[in-house]
Write a protein that binds this ligand. Structure first.
Ligand SMILES: Cc1cc2nc3c(=O)[nH]c(=O)nc-3n(C[C@H](O)[C@H](O)[C@H](O)COP(=O)(O)OP(=O)(O)OC[C@H]3O[C@@H](n4cnc5c(N)ncnc54)[C@H](O)[C@@H]3O)c2cc1C
Length: 476
């Protein structure tokens, strides 16, 4: 039997970052991971032609100073890569044509992405009364009420499929886009609230409080470097290839049996996806298990496609393109991966990463790889003017990809919190609460590690996430 301070089940970036701070803080901790490596959905490899294939996130945003701290702790600062200047453009498909997303007020009024009526509707936004009461609204209801239908269809709908692979009609604005919800509550208007935050950010920068690192980033060999380095650093605390099937609570401690050995700790962190967490706690807390199971995780296919540069007509001068649902295409969007970051594709080729399925049409991602490959290539050919077959095609299908913070998510969170109160020492961690982005997961992992270290009279005092206000790190 091995006595520990903390047992973690699940080595995605949520569990792995919690492990990092717990171990750094002096806790005696082990992490069990079902796969052969930590990282969860986050993983990168080079294919047989040398293209860098990402299985999950292609980049992350410095939306919390904790990401920077983690990167420095792991000595990964010199492995960072940042977007190329041309990647500042983002395209949205409208009426079958790719149109650049306007980046400032002047460009917005000149842009052909939105009609004159949509622009006039946007100008009315500051004069629309804020919602009163606590009724939960979907993102679609909120955006249509404040910004109008066209902004929903051609701005928010594609943006939401880029972040959640989700649908604004189902997602709760309070839980999935808390910033929009808060801006209305704080300033009565998104435009007024946005300007106020921008001014606050400017003042903070003038006071020298701006973060050293901001914007998007990845690593030379892809996002997988981050969990990979955590595994290298804390290898002796990590047991891979262990699928934990049950947890037991005996005499106030949590017990996990792995490879014939019994591990015992007062604290157990379940950092798996919600359905697996539900299975593990079902015997102890049926209501929370049912709540966790009710979280929607639509299937998503990620296709990394390599073409000869000379065969692609479009200049690929941008981050990528997003496809609004009203355009009725079968891909959600495509990242121009070899434009975004350096050294993603061999000389003379371009790498595109296309997404298919999600909450819009999950069944599309669950077809045969031949059908998916055919449709992805047909969509890219039609939209980007490609006149040759791909040189390589790598497909990763996630049957359950990204949790959806749908209407009713607040009640799910309450059930989870109640279960944590009733089962002392049991903690649920993962991207189904606290945000889905890599930065959000790291922040949740750190917040939990801090709580556990404080409670156990940590040998090392760990600072909280209070060095700077988070809004400073939000992308404008
Ligand atoms: C295709 C895709 C693209 C994305 N793109 C971006 C992006 O560009 N930028 C961004 O910021 N975010 C992106 N995200 C979101 C972000 O990557 C995820 O929200 C985040 O990585 C999830 O981390 P996690 O640790 O919470 O969960 P997971 O990565 O799902 O990790 C859970 C881990 O638990 C393990 N596990 C499960 N059951 C058991 C068990 N019984 N025993 C032991 N181990 C178990 C699993 O093997 C897994 O490793 C993307 C997500 C996906 C799927």
């Amino acid at each position: 039997m091995r006595n520990l301070d903390v047992i973690i089940i699940g080595g995605g970036i949520s569990g792995a970052s919690a492990l990092h701070w717990l171990a750094k803080g002096g806790a005696d901790v082990v992490l069990f991971e079902r796969g052969e490596a930590v990282g969860g959905v986050m993983g990168s490899h080079r294919n047989e032609l040398g293209a860098l294939v990402e299985s999950g996130p292609n980049s992350a945003q410095f939306n919390t100073p904790l990401l920077s701290e983690l990167i420095d702790d792991l000595d990964l600062g010199d492995r960072l890569v940042h977007p190329a200047a041309e990647a500042a453009n983002r395209y949205i498909l409208r009426d079958g044509r790719l149109m650049p997303v306007p980046t400032g007020p002047k460009a917005f009024f000149r842009s052909r992405l939105f009609s004159g009526a949509a622009k006039r509707r946007l100008l009315r936004e500051p004069f629309i009364r804020a919602a009163v009461g606590e009724a939960e609204e979907s993102i679609a209801q909120f955006v249509e009420r404040r910004l109008g239908r066209e902004m929903l269809d051609y701005a928010i709908n594609p943006f939401i499929s880029g972040v959640y692979a989700g649908r604004p009609e189902r997602l709760s604005v309070r839980h999935a886009m808390p910033m929009l919800h808060d801006l209305e509550r704080e300033a009565g208007s998104l435009l007024r609230g946005g300007l106020k935050r921008m001014r606050a950010g400017r003042k903070a920068r003038a006071r020298g409080e701006a973060p050293e690192r901001k914007g998007l980033f990845s690593f030379i060999e892809g996002m997988g470097e981050l969990p990979g380095r955590i595994q290298e650093r804390w290898g002796e605390c990590i047991h891979t290839g262990v699928d934990v099937e049950r947890i037991d609570r005996i005499g106030g401690s949590w017990h996990v049996v792995a490879r014939g050995e019994r591990f015992v700790a007062p604290n157990l962190v379940i950092a798996t996806d919600a359905a697996t967490a539900a299975g593990l706690i079902a015997e102890h807390e049926t209501a929370a298990a049912a709540a966790l199971r009710s979280i929607e995780y639509p299937a998503l296919a990620v296709a990394s496609v390599l073409y000869d540069r000379s065969m692609v007509t479009h200049p690929l001068d941008g981050f990528g393109m997003l496809v609004p649902e009203v355009e009725r295409r079968c891909i959600l969007g495509t990242i121009f991966s070899s434009t975004l970051f350096p050294n993603r594709a061999p000389e003379g080729t371009v790498l595109l990463t296309a997404f298919m399925g999600g909450a819009r049409e999950p069944a599309l991602a669950l077809r045969s790889s031949e059908e998916i490959a055919y449709d992805v290539h047909a969509e890219l050919r039609r939209t980007l003017g490609i006149c040759a077959r791909p040189k390589s095609f790598d497909l990763r299908v996630w049957n359950r990809a990204i949790p959806q913070y749908n209407l009713g998510h607040g009640a799910i969170i309450e059930a989870i919190e109640l279960a944590e109160e009733r089962l002392p020492g049991m903690h649920l961690l993962g991207n189904y609460r606290g945000g889905v982005s890599v930065g959000d997961c790291v922040k949740s992992g750190r917040a939990l590690a801090d709580r556990l270290l404080r409670r156990s009279g940590a040998r090392v005092a760990v600072a909280t996430d209070a060095q700077a206000p988070d809004d400073l790190y939000e992308e404008s």
